[in-house]
Design a protein around this ligand. Structure first.
Ligand code: NAP
Length: 476
């Protein structure tokens, strides 16, 4: 148990503030605490980021890359410690936490280089006495608000491009998993970023969020979290027309056609559905299987799910750790009860396992689900796989698109023609075709519809932290 602090203007602060305890969801034990900061601390952090912006934005992309590469090295050197902190504060199986720490580093490494490719444009003029240029500039101070389910990768996916673009940043991690964020910021300090370039505030989300939205000097808000909180921030940011990137919720469909390779499909569905105990925005939540392969798929899939090991994430063999808290267990319990009451069948799982202080839910497969059930409409965030049979591809497309979300979708088919025609009809920002884990630093990640605004990753992720300035030069 350690008392962690906030980081403002190059100083660790908040010792005298009230503390927010962080509990391990595997056993309910307190594993650390952070200060409960609010408006005062947030304004101090923004002011320090604003001051630092005046010089950081004037450094070259090559200088900024040196700091980012040092940070990349430090994340990799500290991969195990980051993974251990992540697992004890939010329950993720340790092997996944290690994977997240190394993938977090890729966002820093990739943007260190991509920052060197922020090109403007020279546009041919229609007049002989004019020259026309398009310049790119860092947008300014960035407020970054992140969720608990990827405590380090969601931060580096924002910090990498923001810092590479020449922006400075104020980070607010989730109160459920702030300790990994503190460790990451300790590594930023070690990497030698000038004071004020990276700041961290912890505590009251509504007070910190409101202060961020009301401060004139925050020019960009980058948020990852629920659609509900995203909508609130969109409204709050309207008064000052702040730039926004919104990575919000999802309810991903998985479509498995008759001609799919069944082993590839099962591997992909397990990877997508059960990663982080089903608590990711891109988890396959609605599994549609064509009638010809449906029964065989269900049998083999259920067998694979029963082999998943549930337990404390710190154990090497754990596949399914705890859910983040009791209300998540209650939500999943409610969704499963609703499906069963409306005629779904329980093939395995269906149990809340909360008797030893942990908040576990057993990996579950439901068959015979339909659109009347809440689980096919509401984001699940738990290890429950509902399977619905379909006959025609058109029916699958209609079912898949029938949602307010548009983040990720998955398609399993061996046919290039069928796969291409199907994916052309899907309204989702990311599609995994015979692939349950499509995300990477160099490609755009983000959603259509109520799943968000903008993209993170790839060159689009850098563009999100840049302003365009058109310069018309008179030559008379
Ligand atoms: P959440 O409740 O929306 O919280 C996200 C962040 O917003 C946390 O830091 C939270 O702080 C903060 N927050 C809450 N209320 C706020 C307010 N009024 N003003 C400012 N900040 C506020 O989401 P979550 O439960 O942490 O994460 C799960 C959600 O994130 C799911 O919907 C998931 O799909 C989505 N997600 C999306 C992506 C993506 O890339 N599209 C990736 C991962 C997760 P506190 O926790 O301290 O209250």
């Amino acid at each position: 148990m350690r008392d962690y602090l906030m980081y403002i203007n190059g100083e660790w602060v908040g010792k005298d503030l009230e503390k927010l305890e962080v509990k391990n969801p595997a056993n309910g034990k307190v594993v650390g605490s952070v200060p409960i900061g609010g408006e005062i601390e947030t304004n101090q952090a923004i002011d320090s980021a604003h001051e630092a912006f005046q010089t950081w934005s004037q450094t070259t992309a090559y200088e900024r890359a040196k700091y980012l590469k040092k940070l990349n090295d430090l994340i990799l050197e500290n991969q195990e410690e980051l993974a251990q902190i992540m697992t004890i504060e939010m329950g993720k199986p340790i092997k996944e936490s290690r994977g997240e720490a190394s993938s977090a580093a890729t966002y820093i490494e990739w943007y260190a280089e991509e920052g060197k490719r922020i090109y403007g444009e020279t546009v041919p003029s229609h007049l002989a006495n004019k020259r026309m240029q398009v310049w790119k500039k860092p947008v300014g101070v960035v407020a970054a608000i992140t969720p608990w389910n990827f405590p380090v990768a969601m931060l580096t996916r924002k910090m990498g491009p923001a810092l590479a673009a020449g922006c400075t940043i104020v980070i607010k991690p989730s109160g459920e998993s702030p300790l990994t964020a503190v460790k990451l910021v300790e590594l930023c300090e070690k990497a030698g970023f000038p004071k004020g370039v990276v700041n961290l505030v912890t505590g009251s989300s509504s007070k910190i969020g409101t202060a961020m939205m009301e401060h004139d000097n925050v020019r960009k808000v980058t948020f990852t979290g629920s659609t509900e909180v995203g909508k609130l921030l969109i409204k709050q940011s309207a008064d000052q027309v702040k730039r926004l990137s919104m990575e919000l919720g999802g309810h991903a469909p998985i479509i498995i056609l008759d001609d799919a390779n069944i082993d590839t499909a099962i591997k992909g569905v397990i990877a997508s559905k059960f990663r982080n105990a089903g608590q990711t925005c891109v988890c396959g939540n609605r599994i549609y299987v064509q009638s010809g392969i449906h029964d065989t798929f269900l049998e083999k899939f259920t067998e694979a799910v029963t082999k998943l090991t549930i337990g404390d994430g710190i154990n090497e063999e754990t596949d399914i750790g705890p859910l983040i808290n009791q209300s998540s267990v209650d939500k999943v319990t409610r969704q499963v009860a609703d499906a069963l009451s409306k005629g779904a069948s329980l093939l395995t799982g269906g149990e809340a396992l909360t008797n030893q202080g942990g908040t576990f839910y057993s990996p579950t497969v439901l068959s015979g689900v339909d659109t009347s059930m809440v689980i096919m409409e509401e984001e699940t965030f738990g290890p429950v796989a509902p399977v619905q049979k379909f006959e025609t591809v058109d029916e699958a497309i209609r079912l898949a698109n029938d949602t307010k979300y548009g983040l990720a979708a998955y398609v399993f088919t061996e046919s290039v023609v069928k796969g291409t025609l199907l994916i052309e009809q899907l309204n989702f920002g990311i599609v995994g075709w015979n692939d349950g884990t499509p995300s990477a630093a160099q490609v755009p990640f983000g959603g259509m519809k109520e799943s968000g605004i903008g993209r993170e990753g790839g060159h689009e992720g850098l563009e999100a932290f840049l302003e365009t300035q058109y310069v018309s030069i008179g030559m008379d």
